[in-house]
Design a protein around this ligand. Structure first.
Ligand code: NAD
Ligand code: UDP
Length: 346
């Protein structure tokens, strides 16, 4: 079914960060329902392989641009999803100033576009706005426990500032803005060198290497399969009444990292054992979303249990990696040395 915009034509959707892990699944879902889709991405952590298959799609347009330098789009846009931001801790900490500027300047530029085009806007925020949470599970009204000086601050505080910008634009009536607080999401198309836990453990098990556990492994996370997250983001964009508040999107199933590693070892025949490494600074001890608001306002909840999602993701890594030692082609995000530098004006 072709969805219509206010003028009765097919809808045009801009996805910033569409060449990334989550964004590429969103592109597929939007194109599958008949939308025209514009992907804006700098490929800083995204992969050309994620958008390569779409290059000749008649409804797809790719603009290679840093969102910090994006000032206009030369065609009408009805909806904007802002997913542009490195999400893996090693990636977002590789150039922390760029991460912060992406969150603030990049989001500001995209919000300005939404205002000019009268486009509905969905911001990909994060459970990291809760920091190392003192309340559990995390409801949207919890204000969080975030370090503004630590190594995660560029991302956590950047995303918090981006939320502030979003709600200022909404309160001022300048744009119809919605904010999703996304909890740990996984699935096919994660980069094997992404550094996040599920890709690390699966790639290590497939390669017969020891599974790296940081700290005691008793810290918890809640893992959402990517198709569930994409359905939630689209439901938030399309819901008639603006929630006028952030909405948690995640899977409430909560697992310790040790439990996750045991599931991986039970699933993948491997000689791998476990190796314990120091816990990174400011690593949150536990995390689980309260998704009552998403259930109530969007009628959304995840469908894929962790065991099923792990199997789907593992199958994808096995098929993609082939010889576990061979790198993916084309390679994942650009080396830090080749990334665009952002001028701070100071
Ligand atoms: P990803 O790193 O795979 O994708 C991010 C994409 O944004 C990449 O294609 C990258 O090249 C692009 N990008 C980054 N900075 C940019 C810039 N300045 N200009 C243009 N493009 C830029 O990450 P992901 O896991 O797909 O995450 C997507 C979004 O969801 C991010 O905003 C992230 O903060 C948010 N999120 C993800 C998770 C998760 O578990 N995956 C959890 C919480 C929030
Ligand atoms: N982690 C781990 N081994 C790894 C990668 C991550 O034990 O190889 C831990 C990490 O310290 C954190 C959890 O797994 O406690 C989730 O890490 P990830 O980077 O995936 O997400 P985030 O910390 O941003 O929630």
């Amino acid at each position: 079914m072709l969805h219509k915009n206010r003028n009765g034509q097919g809808r045009t959707v801009l996805v910033a960060g569409g060449a990334g892990f989550v964004g590429s699944h969103l592109l597929d879902a939007l194109l599958a329902r008949g939308d025209r889709v514009i992907c804006v991405d700098s490929f800083i952590t995204g992969s050309e392989a994620n958008v390569w298959p779409l290059k000749n799609h008649p409804n797809f347009r790719l603009i290679e641009r840093d969102v910090c330098a994006l000032d206009q789009i030369d065609e009408p846009v009805d909806q904007i999803y802002n997913l542009a931001c490195a999400a893996s801790p090693p990636h977002y900490q590789a150039d922390p100033v760029h991460t912060m500027m992406t969150c603030v300047q990049g989001t500001g530029n995209l919000l300005a576009l939404a205002e000019r085009h009268g486009a509905t806007f969905v911001q990909a925020s994060t459970s990291e706005v809760y920091g190392d949470p003192a309340e559990h599970p995390q409801r949207e009204d919890y204000r969080g426990n975030v370090s503004c000086t630590g190594p995660r601050a560029c991302y956590d505080e950047g995303k918090r500032a981006a939320e502030a910008l979003c709600f200022d634009m909404l309160r001022a009536g300048r744009a119809d803005v919605r904010v999703a607080r996304i909890f740990n999401t996984y699935g096919p198309r994660m980069q094997p060198d992404d550094g996040r836990i599920i890709s690390n453990l699966l790639v290590q098990a497939i390669a017969g290497q020891p599974l790296t556990i940081y700290g005691t492994g008793e810290q918890t996370r809640s893992f959402c399969f990517v198709s569930d997250l994409v359905a939630g983001l689209m439901a938030l964009m399309d819901v008639d009444v603006n929630p006028d508040a952030p909405v948690n999107l995640g899977n409430p199933g909560e697992f310790t990292i040790n439990e996750l590693a045991a599931m991986v070892l039970a699933m993948i025949p491997t000689a791998s054992g476990l190796v314990y490494r120091p816990l990174p600074k400011d690593d949150p001890h536990r995390r689980r979303p309260d998704i009552s608001r998403a259930r109530e306002l969007l009628g959304w909840q995840p469908k894929i249990a962790l065991a099923e999602g792990l199997r789907l993701t593992s199958d994808w890594f096995v098929a993609t990696l082939g010889d576990a030692a061979a790198p993916l082609s084309p390679p994942a995000g650009r080396p830090v040395s080749q990334r665009p530098r952002i001028r701070l004006g100071v």
